[in-house]
Design a protein around this ligand. Structure first.
Ligand SMILES: [Zn+2]
Length: 282
């Protein structure tokens, strides 16, 4: 079984996670830039983070046989902080880099005017750079958040079929599917979607344009949830081809819209800017 986790924050995870993911079948990941859990105080703090997502983290993933790409953006929460919004002006020089396969994650957190402006600006950046967009839908007030998101996409010059709407659930899936966007589902322990609910959604809405991710980060989350969904699909009577479509071919097709997806894992030996994953240069 081959698995592509299209939304996971590996910066927050350990090498044990990489090992376990590879053993479970994960061969490719996309890491969206996001909120680090505490506010950043200046754009330079974002730039160091973006550089890590483009350099160190793909290097680290390669040690474990996993291809790593990223999506870059000013995240919805920090779009409200005037100390951070100058990041928008610097994004064009990052969006041309080979490892960037979408603009993201963008979207709404609290649905403020500042978030409106950042979302519109970044949808335009995606259109200008020939990139698709990964759009986070809000965790509170989900249906209203989805509709406001879709309005913003409609007003942009980015076509619906280059947008992945993420963190969907039973409340939002129908309208999201009707919009023509790609459909992303984050499967977490305890909260939000679980693997059985995910199987129910796949039964009701089919496998076309559906992506499943673990969205694992620094919070309570599980980087093996993609595999658990695959196993739950098989147990529920879906075929191996259905599993391959949802867990591999759909994310490959969506991020492939960037023209930059490289699924061969780079040579694992060597150094990244003089540093290895080994301590003390062993
Ligand atoms: Zn995320």
């Amino acid at each position: 079984m081959r698995i592509f986790d299209p939304h996971i924050h590996m910066t927050s995870r350990t090498t044990d996670d990489y090992e376990a993911m590879h053993a479970a079948g994960v061969r490719a990941v996309v890491e969206p830039s996001f909120w680090l859990g505490q506010p950043r105080t200046c754009p330079a703090s974002f730039f160091d983070y973006f550089d890590a997502l483009l350099g160190w983290e793909p290097f680290r993933a390669a040690q474990y046989g996993i291809a790593h790409h990223c999506t870059l953006a000013l995240n919805p929460k920090e779009a409200n902080d005037p100390r951070c919004t100058p990041v928008l002006d610097a994004l064009p020089r990052y969006l041309v880099k080979d490892g960037v396969v979408a603009v993201g994650e963008i979207g709404y957190d609290s649905m403020t005017p500042a978030e409106d402006a950042a979302l519109a600006a970044q949808l335009q950046l995606a259109a200008d750079h020939g990139l698709p967009a990964l759009v986070h839908t809000p965790h509170r007030d989900k249906l209203a958040g989805l509709h406001r998101t879709l309005d913003c996409v409609h007003e942009s010059s980015l076509p619906m079929d280059r947008v992945l709407l993420d963190h969907l659930n039973e409340t939002t899936v129908k309208d999201a599917k009707d919009s023509g966007c790609w459909l992303g589902f984050s499967v977490y322990p305890d909260t939000k979607m679980d693997e059985d609910r995910m199987v129910g959604i796949l039964r009701a809405y089919g496998t076309e344009k559906v992506l499943v991710n673990s969205a694992a980060d620094w919070g309570k989350s599980d980087p093996l949830k993609t595999r658990e969904v695959a196993d739950a699909m098989l147990a529920a009577g879906f075929g191996e081809d259905d599993v391959d479509q949802v867990l591999w071919r759909n994310p490959v097709a969506f991020y492939g819209l960037s023209g930059r997806l490289r699924l061969d894992v780079p040579e694992a030996n060597g150094l990244h800017e003089g540093n290895s994953v080994l301590r003390g240069g062993e």
